[in-house]
Design a binder for this molecule. Structure first.
Ligand code: NAD
Ligand code: DAU
Length: 353
């Protein structure tokens, strides 16, 4: 079996669903259920014995040690993190606590478990750390896309904390021999994306008749990857990645933010036209820029394609249409997330957690 952290969040939940769709190998899913963790994302797995959910913190060394000893996974995939750049600007401490200290404690618990394994188990074991392209900093308009050799130049508290976690993972390999893999992925989008991030925020605000807040001039560039393609990349790296290596993951879909917002508006005009006959783009509102806003990210994913044969299955056109359709078909999910109803359920279920 494999052990996943943060598997009730956006990418983690997509990964757990994707994994159990592709294989019968069970998953132990450790998630703290912060505001971003939502068990409703995994409701289709209710009663499925292949999914074992554990509520808790990856920084709780005793809990992680107990779970590893009990389930004896052959791999750990680490999604758990604080992930929103704007929140990191308002309150960086949680990001240091979770992304740096949490990853450190997880690495130590995994190292102790791995050291207790047989020589064969140690050889086949993997610790896969899921990271971000933001660790490489910001690109100028004509710079080449980030390769795995770019130096780390994180600019936000979020990206600095992720960069620190990447360095810890690297050091645990070089110093202790832990068999690690790291993936650095570009911006994901798709089902279960928390509506504080650009694409889901624009969809839910648009249909609620609210302003669509575009930071600064809207010409910042992000490189978008459909979340299920990220999941298939992680599966492939886990299967065949070279120990100690990092792999950049991206979809070759660089777009300025304003183009993304206009695309979402056009799809909504087609799929759910405004009742007053106006266009959703009329709701676009330029607002104050994010402090220290990185201008451009772009991922060169050729190493992953060359060495492991991975390529994304979705184009941006197919992925964004599926995403808008998913949000229109899951307004109950959006309502629950916005009302905090799922958190009420969690405190009922887990006694005030
Ligand atoms: P998310 O915020 O949607 O989910 C994070 C999950 O981690 C939540 O379920 C939360 O409850 C859980 N969590 C937080 N702290 C925890 C802790 N101490 N112990 C256990 N669980 C904890 O994040 P996401 O967008 O799904 O991102 C997942 C990972 O992928 C992160 O490491 C992020 O840095 C990375 N990443 C995200 C993107 C993106 O576009 N979203 C792109 C590249 C990399
Ligand atoms: O690049 C990978 C990263 O992508 C991940 O590591 C992060 O976890 C993930 O949150 C994401 O970070 P971004 O900051 O790029 O994503 P976000 O959706 O917050 O913003 C995307 C772009 O849109 C960014 O340039 C800021 C802009 N934006 C965002 C919001 C929420 C707006 O213009 N208006 C908004 O309201």
């Amino acid at each position: 079996m494999i052990f996943v952290t943060g598997g009730a969040g956006f990418i983690g939940a997509n990964f757990v669903l994707d994994w159990l769709g592709a294989t019968d190998e069970p998953v132990v899913n450790l998630d703290k259920l912060t505001y971003a963790g939502n068990l409703q994302n995994l409701s289709t797995l209710q009663g499925d014995a292949r999914h074992v959910f554990a509520h808790g913190d990856m920084g709780d060394s005793a809990l992680v040690a107990r779970l590893l000893a009990e389930h004896r996974p052959r791999a750990v995939v680490n999604f758990a993190a604080e992930s929103h750049v704007d929140r990191s600007i308002h309150g960086p401490e949680d990001f240091v606590q979770t992304n740096v200290i949490g990853t450190f404690r997880l690495l130590e618990a995994v190292r102790a478990y791995w050291s207790s394994c047989s020589a064969d188990e140690q050889r086949s074991f993997r610790f896969l750390h899921v990271s971000t392209d933001e660790v490489y900093g910001s690109l100028a308009a004509d710079d080449p896309a980030f390769t795995e050799d770019n130096k780390y130049e994180p600019n936000s508290p979020y990206s600095a904390s992720k960069a620190a976690s990447d360095h810890l993972v690297r050091a645990w390999h070089h110093t202790y021999g832990l068999p690690v893999l790291t993936t650095n992925c570009s911006n994901n989008y798709g089902p279960f994306h928390f509506p504080e991030k650009l694409i889901p925020l624009m969809i839910v605000n648009a249909i609620a008749g609210k302003p669509l807040p575009v930071y600064g001039d809207g010409m910042q560039v992000r490189d978008w990857l459909y979340v299920k393609d990220h999941c298939s990349a992680i599966r492939r790296v886990l299967e065949a990645g070279r120990i100690g290596e990092t792999y950049n993951v991206g979809g070759w879909n660089e777009k300025p933010n304003i183009e993304i917002v206009k695309t979402v508006c056009a799809l909504l005009d087609e799929l759910r036209p405004r009742t007053d006959g106006k266009r959703y783009a009329e709701q676009i509102t330029y607002v104050t820029d994010r402090p220290g806003h990185d201008r451009r990210y772009a991922i060169d994913a050729r190493k992953l394609e060359r060495e492991l044969g991975w390529k994304p299955a979705e184009t941006f056109d197919t992925g964004i249409r599926k995403t808008v359709e998913w949000y229109l078909a899951h307004e109950d999910w959006v309502r629950n997330v916005q009302s905090g109803a799922y958190r009420d359920w969690v405190s009922k279920q887990y006694g005030g957690a």
